[in-house]
Design a protein around this ligand. Structure first.
Ligand code: BG6
Length: 484
């Protein structure tokens, strides 16, 4: 348990507390922080939503997803009880100021006599209601504007559907919460390996001198999922894979992989500024440069796996892509001419997120005995599953004969850090938000720059929708020779 356990009272309000995000991600992450002693002694979690729950039934619902990863063993039951005793529920409409006055009554139990407390609002609701909720919270006077206690709001993507709608959301929310109070989540930034990108690049002398167009031939960022809609067809059909994954998660990975060294490595403003500069250097995508696909039904061992169009809440004949691949070009001296290939797809044959840095090959026939050109070195940064970093190097095969073979130097997290559980992305991001560190959250400028890359192509596709290439669920995606 950290020595400097925070002591100010803290109220965490989860708006949309009856939803999956709250149950599957936010509550387990808060519980993990609680188990590590990272929440203040005086802390309450107040769930707010329209559904009818009592404190007890809300606690019972949360209890289903809590696991004692950090303090397994006999006291798990006690820890769970202690945590749940701090959870309360308040029912109300999202735009009802009076309902948030009820929330205030619960907050007061902790804050009275303590000179107030800190407040974290988590918007686990669709973006269409962000503004109503913010107005109601503001109208109920729950946001500290100044003084020693802070108020912060966490919001989740999708932040709009294009640059203009994203700007509107930002403007609307700003009437209640300042930019400094706003924490925009891209949960990939909370993933362990993504956070390590900064360290890998700038805490090692070997990589940075090679990290440019002279030595790097191509960069791939791949994101595969082997599942379909899992009940999210209604949402996904309105957004598609580009808005769901590429415009946010993959561009954030790109920015951290390719940005210049930030002026200060431990300063949120400097890191975010370096990412913005990089994103602004990416040439906007044209619709013609996108390869789009949509998974269809599969038949394995006699069983039929539904295709995208069979998924619940997907419009009949929908042209929404579940797969996209694009080659990005960066217009700056470091990367001019180096392709950055992004690929994202659902319903594929594997679950994998990886960054692959392909280094330029050695000139042919560097060695006398060599008959083939040597394969190039590849640095593979495996985000998930099975986190790791691998470097493909050419190596002499042991023996009297002189033969070379490409071989992997590998750093599997599970082997290198066997006793270090990898925190969930949400655990890490909630902790950073409580600490007031915004390095892992998206600034307004980053959001705008990321939308500028895809907005022209998305608009062109909205105007003239294109039939995505079909691929079979569980395959490697659309056939490479199928055009598109
Ligand atoms: C979300 C997307 O942002 O990320 C989902 O909306 C996707 O479509 C999910 O499944 C993947 O997250 P993770 O952490 O499981 O890789």
């Amino acid at each position: 348990m950290p020595a400097n356990r925070p002591s100010l009272p803290l109220n965490i309000v989860i708006v949309g507390a009856s939803g999956d995000l709250a149950r599957q991600k936010i509550a387990p992450a808060l519980f993990a922080l609680f188990c590590q002693g990272l929440l203040p002694e005086r802390c309450q979690i107040i769930g707010f939503a329209r559904s009818d729950y009592t404190d007890d039934s809300f606690r019972a619902r949360l209890a289903e997803t809590l696991t004692c990863r950090y303090r397994p063993g006999r006291n798990c039951r006690q820890l769970t009880q202690d945590f749940l005793a701090r959870c309360f529920y308040c029912r109300g409409d999202y735009d009802a100021r009076d309902a948030f006055l009820d929330v205030y009554q619960i907050m007061r139990r902790l804050e009275d006599g303590a000179g107030g407390g800190n407040r974290l609002f988590y918007m686990a609701v669709p973006p269409q209601v962000f503004q109503d909720v913010a107005q109601a919270i503001g109208g109920a006077g729950l946001v500290h504007c100044q003084g020693p206690r802070w108020s912060r709001v966490i919001v989740e993507k999708p932040f709009g559907k294009d640059r203009a709608s994203s700007d509107r959301l930002v403007r609307d929310l700003r009437t209640i919460f300042t930019e400094e109070q706003t924490y925009r989540i891209d949960h990939y930034l909370g993933k362990e390996v993504i956070q390590n990108l900064l360290i890998l690049r700038f805490a090692n002398a070997v990589f940075e001198p090679l990290w440019n167009r002279r030595h790097i031939e191509r960069v791939e960022i791949v994101w595969h999922e082997d599942i379909g809609m899992e009940g999210r067809g209604g949402y996904f059909d309105h957004y598609g894979i580009i808005r769901d994954v590429m415009q946010n998660h993959l561009l954030q990975i790109l920015a951290l992989t390719a940005m210049e060294r930030p002026a200060k490595l431990d300063h949120a403003g400097a890191i975010r500024a370096a990412k913005v500069r990089l994103l602004r250097a990416v040439a906007p995508v044209r619709a013609g440069g996108l390869r789009l696909g949509q998974y269809g039904a599969a038949r394995t061992s006699g069983r039929r796996r539904p295709g995208y169009l069979d998924e619940a809440q997907v419009a009949a004949g929908s042209l929404t892509p579940t797969y996209a691949a694009v080659r990005l070009r960066l217009r700056n001296p470091r990367w001019r001419g180096v392709p950055f290939d992004l690929e994202a797809g659902k319903g594929l044959h594997d679950r994998l997120t990886e960054i692959r840095i392909h280094f330029r090959r050695r000139p042919a026939a560097a060695f006398r005995f060599q008959t083939q050109p040597l394969p190039g070195n590849v640095l593979v940064i495996r985000v998930q599953p099975d986190e790791g970093i691998y470097l493909r190097v050419n190596n002499k095969v042991p023996g009297l004969a002189m033969a070379l073979a490409p071989t992997m130097l590998d750093l599997r997290y599970a082997d290198a850090f066997p006793r270090r559980p990898i925190p969930s992305a949400y655990e890490c991001l909630l902790w950073e938000a409580l600490e007031g560190d915004r390095s892992l959250f998206i600034s307004e400028a980053e959001l705008a720059a990321a939308w500028d890359i895809f907005t022209p192509a998305l608009h062109a596709l909205d105007r003239r929708p294109r039939r995505p290439l079909p691929y079979v669920f569980g395959s490697a995606g659309p056939q490479a020779d199928a055009g598109g």
